[in-house]
Design a protein. Structure first.
Length: 218
């Protein structure tokens, strides 16, 4: 997905809309979380969330118990398939097919290297390409659309949190610690390229045309 600077998304500046989608992308979060990250009031953050929800970028659920304490009854938002595309959107110029093919080769190399590392907490089970890359007539592409599926190597929340803390990163919340492995995996595949658009959403909601390019041996 490509965005244009100055063209609003759900009445919000595109850079901000993308950031809000990214903050909601891994797990449902309340308005207070967005407010703290953007240094605005809860009311302002809630307005952004509701605008993106109204246009199908986010969906709402009720709060959950993250740390063993009482359940939080605040509304929470997370991305839909459309919102996942917004979270991965770029403002960059189109690229050539040769560049896209080189980017895909890099994604596959990093996926194999990740799975070969026994210290990683997740498996990359499958990598799928979709979008304009599959159109042989398309000489220039907006980005490389990649879907990936992952699974846990172990089902141990404390171990996942310990892995996050060993990274040396600073986390704003327990939620960020808990879901650091998923975020790290995404960063590994993306490799800081604005031309690689990643999603873990249900691919059937996005397209009926895709190609599996990597599958983990079990």
């Amino acid at each position: 997905m490509r965005l244009q600077r100055g063209t609003l998304v759900s009445g919000i500046e595109p850079e901000l809309a993308r950031e809000v989608a990214r903050l909601c992308h891994w797990e449902p979060v309340p308005a207070s979380y967005i407010a703290a990250r953007r240094d605005v009031s809860d009311a302002e953050a809630r307005k952004w969330l509701e605008q993106l929800e109204a246009d199908g970028y986010l969906e709402r659920s009720q709060g959950r118990d993250w740390d063993g304490g009482p359940k939080d009854t605040q509304d929470e938002w997370t991305t839909t398939a459309r919102g996942g595309a917004l979270a991965g959107a770029s403002f960059l110029k189109p690229i050539t097919r040769a560049k896209a093919e080189a980017l895909l080769d890099g994604v596959l190399h990093r996926a194999r290297a990740y799975n070969d590392d026994p210290d990683k907490p997740l498996w990359i089970d499958e990598v799928t390409v979709f979008g304009s890359f599959l159109d042989p007539e398309a000489a220039d592409l907006g980005d490389l659309d990649i879907h990936y599926a992952s699974s846990r190597r172990y089902d141990d929340q404390e171990r996942a949190v310990a892995y996050a803390r060993q990274s040396g990163r600073r986390f704003a919340s327990f939620i960020e610690e808990l879901f650091w492995p998923q975020k790290e995996l995404s960063q590994v595949l993306k490799n800081r390229s604005g031309y690689i658009s990643l999603t873990t959403e249900n691919l059937s909601q996005l397209t009926d045309r895709f190609q599996v390019v990597y599958r983990r041996e079990r």
